[in-house]
Design a protein around this ligand. Structure first.
Ligand code: NAD
Length: 483
């Protein structure tokens, strides 16, 4: 019998009124059920929103440092169970042990960071136009917020939405992705044990249509913070905007790394390999286009193929270089894009197939794929694949490389590999992306600086993480006081 997880509503673990559940499987061994979750209904969601609304003013009135203490304690509790949480994350999502440990640590650090921020909340004071007056601003919580999260960072993303929301005095309802909800439940166990008052944060599992849509549309929800695909995010943004809710959607990417002739090709390959195949290519910031100067193109392709064929694939618990896809559907989607690329006329240099069954059993594995001879207008160069597939595109000079890098609907993360400072600066200035990196992989983010995309990668309304992470969850009130 798998572990059964209930919804967390008003400080209690409760089953859905539907009486229905769904199972989450281990992508490295689909015969293993990792957990059983509530297939919730709109009534379950309504109960969670009611609890959050009821708890809001009391939580907002709780002094910031006291709110911070609860967050700090929750982070400490997660740290105490870091090893088991890491294993759970590996078994649920398929990441390697090293990737999962890094993500759990990220969630711990996020809680510590926003615990401190809960003390620092405040406004600004300005000189008023007149004697015996005060002119200042206050930061107030938005109210009750809906947080809708994806499966690919199933503990870090719920943490980076929940922690600033709660630090600022909001109450929340979280709807995790059905492919990987366990880690959100683990976060809620920590918050519960840390003494979070009933109703302040609630978790309801279930499908996007049964739980996600009603959460985005709910009249009593004041803001919706969503991370996921551009298709779903666009509909969430539309429904939230219908009643003028504050909305923030962080969505897909098609991230380029430009390689210039001054680069050390081996270093460029390391950067691209880590960016494209790390987390099995299932990062919104994963590098999926290598735009390579013609002078080093052949050398790069050869070395990149060598890198890809050396990637060791296996169950995340054995800590290989790369684990499986999260689900059969994600694996199928990647395999389909590999076919599309070949039909479009790109050259599949290596990978793109399921490895021999003897090595990896029924797990959802795919060998990392490298395509050369890719035109930027091919679907494999324009659409988010969300798997370990790298398209190599040739450019004749820096201007063309930059143009190709920007010629895409997405704009999340981008990098350039060069020893030329002028090129590096020009890239940073002119790349249309929310994250610009020099001599670094497109993945990997620091938690204390803003994160978000341009173009179709984001509603570009607010940024997440860092100080900016609090902006979405607060309203500014300007006070004119005449004494
Ligand atoms: P998804 O869009 O399928 O689902 C995201 C969440 O939305 C899930 O909880 C899902 O159940 C819910 N949902 C689905 N349909 C809904 C609806 N109609 N209304 C409301 N909610 C609904 O995304 P995914 O497959 O879970 O995650 C992968 C995607 O997330 C990729 O596109 C990736 O680039 C993106 N992502 C972006 C960032 C970022 O910060 N930009 C970070 C991680 C992942």
């Amino acid at each position: 019998m798998p572990t059964v997880y209930e919804n967390y509503v008003n400080g209690e673990w409760i089953a859905s009124e539907s009486g229905e559940t769904f199972d989450v499987e281990n992508p490295a061994d689909p015969s293993e059920t990792v957990g059983r979750f509530q297939a919730s209904t709109v009534d379950d969601l309504d109960a969670a929103v009611d609890a959050a609304v009821d708890a809001q003013s009391e939580w907002a009135d709780t002094p910031g440092p006291n709110r911070g203490d609860v967050l700090k304690r929750a982070g400490e509790l997660l740290a105490e169970r870091k090893e088991s949480a890491t294993e759970t994350l590996v078994r649920e999502e398929g990441k390697t042990r090293a990737e999962a440990a890094g993500e759990v640590q990220r969630a711990i650090d996020i809680f510590a960071y926003y615990a401190q921020k809960a003390r620092d909340l405040g406004g600004i004071s300005k000189s008023p136009s007149g004697r015996n007056k005060d002119l200042y601003t206050k930061r107030e919580p938005l109210g009750t917020v809906g947080l809708i999260t994806p499966w690919n960072y199933p503990v870090a993303i719920p943490a980076w939405k929940l922690a600033p929301a709660l630090a600022a005095g909001n109450t929340a309802v979280v709807k995790p992705a059905s492919a990987a909800p366990t880690m959100t439940a683990v976060l809620f166990e920590c918050l519960d044990e840390a003494g979070l008052p009933a109703g302040v944060a609630n978790m309801v599992t279930g499908s996007g249509s049964e739980v996600g849509t009603p959460l985005a549309e709910h009249d009593d929800v004041d803001g919706v913070s969503f991370t996921g695909s551009t298709a779903v995010g666009t509909s969430v943004a539309r429904s939230a905007a219908d009643d003028l809710k504050r909305v923030q959607c962080e969505m897909g990417g098609k991230n380029p790394t430009v390689v210039m002739p001054s680069a050390d090709v081996d270093e460029a390959v390391e950067i691209l390999g880590a960016g494209a195949f790390g987390t099995t290519g299932q990062s919104c910031t994963a590098a999926s286009r290598a735009i390579v100067h013609e002078e080093v193109y052949d050398e790069f392709v050869e070395a990149m193929v060598e890198y890809a064929t050396d990637v060791e694939i296996g169950p995340g618990l054995e800590n290989p270089d790369m684990g499986p896809h999260v689900s059969a559907a994600e694996l199928e989607s990647t395999l389909e894009y590999v076919e599309i690329g070949q039909e479009e006329g790109a050259t599949l240099e290596t990978g793109g197939e399921r490895p021999a069954e003897s090595a990896t059993g029924d797990g959802y594995y795919v060998e990392p794929a490298v395509f050369s001879d890719v035109d930027n207008d091919m679907r494999i160069a324009q659409e988010e694949i969300f798997g370990p597939v790298l398209s190599v595109i040739e450019a004749s000079d820096f201007e063309e490389a930059l143009e190709l890098a920007n010629d895409v609907d997405y704009g999340l993360s981008a990098s350039v590999v060069t020893q030329d400072l002028t090129e590096a600066d020009a890239f940073v200035d002119r790349i249309e992306a929310g994250v610009a990196k020099v001599n670094e992989k497109t993945t990997g983010l620091e938690l204390h600086v803003p994160f978000g995309g341009y173009k179709n990668s984001s509603t570009n309304t607010y940024r997440e993480q860092g100080d900016a992470g609090l902006d979405f969850f607060t309203s500014t009130k300007t006070v004119y006081r005449n004494y």
